[in-house]
Ligand binder design. Structure first.
Ligand code: UD1
Ligand code: CA
Length: 446
């Protein structure tokens, strides 16, 4: 075992033509985030010094997504996709001065495990290839091994019948010292069946120069690469199955696991209870003991201990629920902080708002936060009572312990302890309802 600094190169320049898509393959979503986010997230666990993503097809869109997923990752451009060795070469200038182990990953291969990567990082050999025993070796590169480890990799297109019979195949993941890559990458040619610069030529070249080249194996399930929509759907199912199993192991109650959908970074505390048909988009944390009732959609939000949400609630990015908050049915919350004990039970929209402790929001309340051009804030103090069907026309502030009358349109700030009414005064006409009905019936002729 050695402990060398690590750099990651994630190959993501291919078009993925079999996806039949205008979107670059690595931007299709898996577990709520772009595919390339999975390799980046696992790779980050190794605490690499450098992370380089090689982009080509749709590079601008890929760059944007990567900047969000991993702001410290850098981009190398591969204008023409001339093969995996050519792709890695485009990244090498960004690793100038880096001495350590380089691990090459594919952006379209999301399930390589942390332990597997750690094995590659710390392996004593000069070049390590991640292989696996394939149930169906299909078109994978074949690993030709001998008494001293890996002799060479033969691409399917270039393999004869005997070589094609080998079931130990190349996952595509490779680790090698930076100095070795600098030496051998420029020596790789493209005289092969595909006319491409194959990264898989590295083992044979390195071995011929006396370097130690080995195979590390992993389970086939880790190496699943995505080339088609069908494989993407299959990968999503596999991802969800694992996420559900992990949540159950972590002590989360899932009333019907098969109907709960997780994102890559969903984080749920022990003894939280998640009802049927709940969907977690990216960026959700739910603390211990919170309860999410059936049919909720959550994204980019935080739910504190003791809170209850739903059924049929939607928490959008920036929703932060304090302890013991209650959010009921048909409530939408976006970019709003609800302090401890706030109750918002029914049919409400709270956007760009701060609601103070223990305040009650009546049914049908709406923060009118958008004027067609800009967004505006609503501030409500602690222990306030917002009457049902209040329209809060932002920017507006309702003080602590203040009240608004039901059906009010609140356009001006309400001081602490005040009651605000912003509605037409009621007019009552005795007997008029019956007289009006009779007149209408007469007119119709009965
Ligand atoms: C590659 C391996 C093969 C292995 C298989 C595992 C080579 C030559 N072959 O074949 O041994 O069994 O992966 O899936 O490496 N890419 C670029 N730029 C390029 C070419 C590829 O960024 O110029 C990226 C692709 O976007 C993709 C990855 O590299 O994410 C692999 O490329 P792909 O063309 O799919 O390689 P395979 O033919 O599958
Ligand atoms: Ca492939």
């Amino acid at each position: 075992m050695t402990e060398k600094p690590v750099a990651l190169i994630v190959l993501a320049a291919g078009q993925g033509s079999r996806m039949q898509s205008d979107l670059p393959k690595v931007l299709h979503r898996l577990g709520g985030v772009p595919l390339v986010g999975h390799a980046l997230a696992t790779g980050r666990l190794l605490e690499p010094e450098e992370v380089i993503v090689v982009a080509g097809h749709g590079a601008e869109a890929v760059a944007k997504a990567v900047a969000k997923l991993d702001p410290e990752a850098r981009l190398a451009l591969q204008e023409e996709q001339l093969g995996t060795a050519h792709a890695v070469r485009q990244a090498m200038p960004l690793l100038k001065g880096f001495e350590g182990r380089v691990i090459v990953l594919y952006g379209d291969t999301p399930f390589i495990g942390e332990e597997t990567l750690a094995n590659l990082a710390s392996h004593a050999a000069d070049v390590v290839v991640l292989g696996f025993e394939a149930a169906d070796p299909g078109r994978y590169g074949r690993l030709v091994t001998g008494p001293e480890g890996l002799e060479r990799i033969v691409e399917y297109k270039d393999a004869d019948e005997a070589t094609r019979a080998i079931r130990l195949v190349n996952s595509g993941v490779l680790a090698a010292d930076a100095a070795l890559l600098r030496e051998f990458l420029p020596r790789i040619g493209n005289r092969n069946a595909a006319g491409e610069y194959y990264l898989t030529d590295i083992p044979e070249l390195a071995r011929a120069a006396g370097h130690r080249v080995e195979v590390v194996t992993c389970d086939e399930s880790e190496t699943l690469g995505i080339n088609t929509r069908a494989e993407l759907a299959q990968a999503e199912a596999a991802f969800q199955a694992r996420a559900r199993a992990r949540a159950l192991e972590d002590g989360v109650t899932l009333s019907d696991p098969a109907t709960v959908w997780f994102a890559l970074d969903t984080c749920i505390g022990r003894d939280a209870v998640i009802g049927q048909n709940v969907v977690f988009g990216p960026g959700v944390t739910v603390e211990s003991g919170a309860e999410i009732l059936p049919f909720c959609h959550l994204e980019g939000c935080h739910v504190s201990a003791g809170a209850t949400v739903g059924p049929f609630a939607r928490l959008r990015p920036g929703a932060e629920l304090g302890g013991d908050v209650h959010v009921g049915n048909f409530v939408e919350i976006k970019n709003a902080v609800l302090d401890e004990g706030v109750k918002v039970g029914h049919l409400t929209y709270l956007g760009d708002a701060h609601i103070g402790e223990a305040t009650n929001i009546g049914a049908g309340t709406i923060t009118c936060n958008y004027d067609g051009v800009g967004k505006h804030r609503t501030e409500i103090g602690a222990h306030a009572f917002i009457g049902s069907d209040t329209m809060l026309v932002a920017p507006v502030r309702v003080g602590a312990r203040a009240m608004t009358g039901s059906g009010s349109v609140i356009t001006e700030d309400v001081p602490d302890d005040a009651l605000a009414l912003g509605r037409a005064r009621q007019v009552t006409k005795p007997g008029l309802a019956t007289r009006l009905m009779q007149a209408l019936r007469q007119k119709k002729g009965n």
